[in-house]
Design a protein around this ligand. Sequence first.
Ligand SMILES: Cc1cc2nc3c(=O)[nH]c(=O)nc-3n(C[C@H](O)[C@H](O)[C@H](O)COP(=O)(O)OP(=O)(O)OC[C@H]3O[C@@H](n4cnc5c(N)ncnc54)[C@H](O)[C@@H]3O)c2cc1C
Ligand SMILES: *[C@@H]1O[C@H](CO)[C@@H](O)[C@H](O)[C@H]1NC(C)=O
Ligand SMILES: *[C@@H]1O[C@H](CO)[C@@H](O)[C@H](O)[C@H]1NC(C)=O
Ligand SMILES: *[C@@H]1O[C@H](CO)[C@@H](O)[C@H](O)[C@H]1NC(C)=O
Ligand SMILES: *[C@@H]1O[C@H](CO)[C@@H](O)[C@H](O)[C@H]1NC(C)=O
Ligand SMILES: *[C@@H]1O[C@H](CO)[C@@H](O)[C@H](O)[C@H]1NC(C)=O
Ligand SMILES: *[C@@H]1O[C@H](CO)[C@@H](O)[C@H](O)[C@H]1NC(C)=O
Ligand SMILES: *[C@@H]1O[C@H](CO)[C@@H](O)[C@H](O)[C@H]1NC(C)=O
Ligand SMILES: *[C@@H]1O[C@H](CO)[C@@H](O)[C@H](O)[C@H]1NC(C)=O
Ligand SMILES: *[C@@H]1O[C@H](CO)[C@@H](O)[C@H](O)[C@H]1NC(C)=O
Length: 608
Amino acid sequence: MFGSVHGVASPAGLLHILAGFLPLISAAAVPHVPPPAAPRCRYLPGDALWPSAAEWQALNRSVGGRLIAGQPLAQVCYGSNRDKAACERLRSQWTQQQTYFPDPVNVMSPYFLNNSCTPFAKDEAIFESAAACKMGNAPVYAINVSSVADVQAGFRFARDKNVRLVVKNTGHDYLGRSNGQGSLSLWTHNLKNITFLNYSSKQYTGPAVKLGAGVQAFEIYAAAAARGLRFVGGFCPTVGVAGGFVGGGGHGLMMGAYGLASDNTLEFEVVTPRGEYLVATPTQNADLFWALNGGGAGTYAVVISQTTRLYADGPVAGAFIAINNTNTINNITTTGKKADAFWQAVTKWQGHLSAFDAVPGLTTEWSLTSTSLQILVTLLDGTAAQVDSLLTPFLGTLRDLGLPFANTTSFVPNFYTHFSTYVPGGLPYGDHPTNDLVGGRLIPRKVAARSAAALTAAYRTITSQASTAAWAVNGIAGNVSGARLARGVRGTPAPTAVHPAWRDALYFVNMDVYWDPAKPIAELRALERQMVANQDLLRGLTPGSGGYMNEGAFDTAHWRDEYYGPNYERLLAVKRKHDPDFALYGLASVGSDYWVPQADGRLCRASS
Ligand SMILES: Cc1cc2nc3c(=O)[nH]c(=O)nc-3n(C[C@H](O)[C@H](O)[C@H](O)COP(=O)(O)OP(=O)(O)OC[C@H]3O[C@@H](n4cnc5c(N)ncnc54)[C@H](O)[C@@H]3O)c2cc1C
Ligand SMILES: *[C@@H]1O[C@H](CO)[C@@H](O)[C@H](O)[C@H]1NC(C)=O
Ligand SMILES: *[C@@H]1O[C@H](CO)[C@@H](O)[C@H](O)[C@H]1NC(C)=O
Ligand SMILES: *[C@@H]1O[C@H](CO)[C@@H](O)[C@H](O)[C@H]1NC(C)=O
Ligand SMILES: *[C@@H]1O[C@H](CO)[C@@H](O)[C@H](O)[C@H]1NC(C)=O
Ligand SMILES: *[C@@H]1O[C@H](CO)[C@@H](O)[C@H](O)[C@H]1NC(C)=O
Ligand SMILES: *[C@@H]1O[C@H](CO)[C@@H](O)[C@H](O)[C@H]1NC(C)=O
Ligand SMILES: *[C@@H]1O[C@H](CO)[C@@H](O)[C@H](O)[C@H]1NC(C)=O
Ligand SMILES: *[C@@H]1O[C@H](CO)[C@@H](O)[C@H](O)[C@H]1NC(C)=O
Ligand SMILES: *[C@@H]1O[C@H](CO)[C@@H](O)[C@H](O)[C@H]1NC(C)=O
């Protein structure tokens, strides 16, 4: 399904590797007998060899009673005992992030929820049948992880019983990497420890924080601010920090000052699929550190904690510009003078971004639809006067084009106040709905300088697409080149496996489209096909660049090149070293072509 298979281990090799599974770190580790041969496919519930209830209870005892049976959220809507009020409540909360992130098995992505158990059934009669609510991709069980030993027990059980394994933190993942049919989930959401420390190593001396793998951005932003420190996180407050975010690179409002989140990592504390408990740093288990730090989450090991740099807080200047053409630009999806003026402004904006690229501490996030362009400017340790003077040329351009706009400037004493001023929906959770699909591309400086008008034409095509849903194109612009990191990252920037195209990018662009979850799933699938085509359109304009796996299409044929580029083979070597049986699987993840999902959702090893 996703192209050729890279380096599949021979069955004999697998046996050898299984025999080498490492014991638990506890002294009481029991010697372990591997199964006679690795079956070709993972078992699913109903299979003769699916673990018995007694075996699951044995696992439950080994994790101190922390095993949870997975349930689709909308189960309350189905069967003879259905709870109509609870179902009604669930419908009203269906696209809110807080419906999903505290849940052990349910994820946000509508594509991977797959309407298997929908609260929006077409008619009431469907709700009467309990069987109409299917597990779909929801894990059958989850371990509520509280320790290294819980993760080790999960890896051992999954291996011994040939059960698919997934890792879930918040369930934000757009690639469907945090759920899976017939799986056991390692649910890391409750690893909430936050420990501030003064760190000292050859690479870095200064303030740092050790974060349990379940800590979310809104939690650490607040805790860091209370100590007068800045934490390099993302724009979405509920995304987990040490899971998919840093594992993919992590962009946010501070990237023009301190680089990507992964540029700031100091250590990971992990459990590998072989059962090893390891600390990975740039000098200790360095290959693993590098891979975990931008080479894709849920692939090499399970993170227990992450330690990362902090920066001294200080004033933040900001601005918000809104060009709303609803009233002033007639039918911009057709050709017309005003419509063209709006798109000319989009082209000019890319030129202004090139000038902003030289300004340390400056990051912009902007959102473009067929009827509006909204821009948020963040200037760390800057003044309102500086922001105003930076924006004056662009606002002049808008006036020259005859485009009305609204602009505000802000100046606040710390990052947290800036963040809470601008995050849509406000803190703690924001209000980004969950019912979207994404795709994206890194736009190189050279292409933006040479072909801004062609890029604008592509954005115009994408946002004007005839569709039942509205398309947006969102830009995140901050200089993360080596020269900027050398200036902005305190100490030596961390080795990271992010696609090197980040360093040459003027901005990252993601495309976002919303689907009405009460509509048939066929419509969602059509939107995803359109998304892949749009990602291809942007790839055609930016040869040699890359994408960002955390905000990219999961089913592009080009995933290796787009998300890993020249790092792929080295990442695969790390994968084979630490996860020789490919226990961890995720779409568009390194080594994922070792497995082939079948029509019924079962994972089978690719035949070589
Ligand atoms: C509304 C929204 C806004 C976003 N905003 C931003 C943004 O501003 N900047 C940005 O860079 N990205 C952003 N993203 C993308 C985000 O970084 C990814 O969705 C990311 O995968 C989320 O990680 P998570 O751990 O919270 O989610 P999950 O879905 O729980 O996990 C994501 C991946 O990480 C793995 N994983 C989770 N925990 C662990 C662990 N302890 N050990 C090993 N693997 C683990 C999972 O197996 C899965 O592969 C946004 C996403 C959404 C939905
Ligand atoms: C695991 O054990 C605990 C405590 O004994 C129990 O409450 C829980 O229901 C069990 N989990 C499953 C899936 O049976
Ligand atoms: C969604 O469910 C259908 C069966 O109803 C299945 O064929 C399809 O593969 C599933 N898709 C995903 C992404 O799980
Ligand atoms: C998971 O464990 C935490 C403690 O680590 C506990 O507070 C929480 O209630 C548990 N969640 C579930 C759903 O069992
Ligand atoms: C979390 O912190 C507490 C108290 O410092 C400690 O006892 C516990 O081991 C930590 N848990 C993890 C998973 O690091
Ligand atoms: C780090 O060191 C500084 C300066 O000595 C001190 O003020 C601060 O409390 C220390 N922080 C922690 C978390 O130990
Ligand atoms: C644009 O203006 C219209 C009318 O004033 C308003 O309803 C709409 O919300 C605005 N849109 C944006 C994106 O600001
Ligand atoms: C756009 O065009 C349609 C149909 O031609 C017309 O009804 C509508 O009023 C136009 N909108 C604006 C804002 O001019
Ligand atoms: C809008 O921008 C101009 C030029 O940069 C600036 O002088 C002015 O103060 C801004 N308006 C507001 C309300 O901040
Ligand atoms: C990025 O920032 C650095 C440091 O501020 C600067 O030297 C460089 O010119 C900027 N642009 C590029 C393309 O690196």
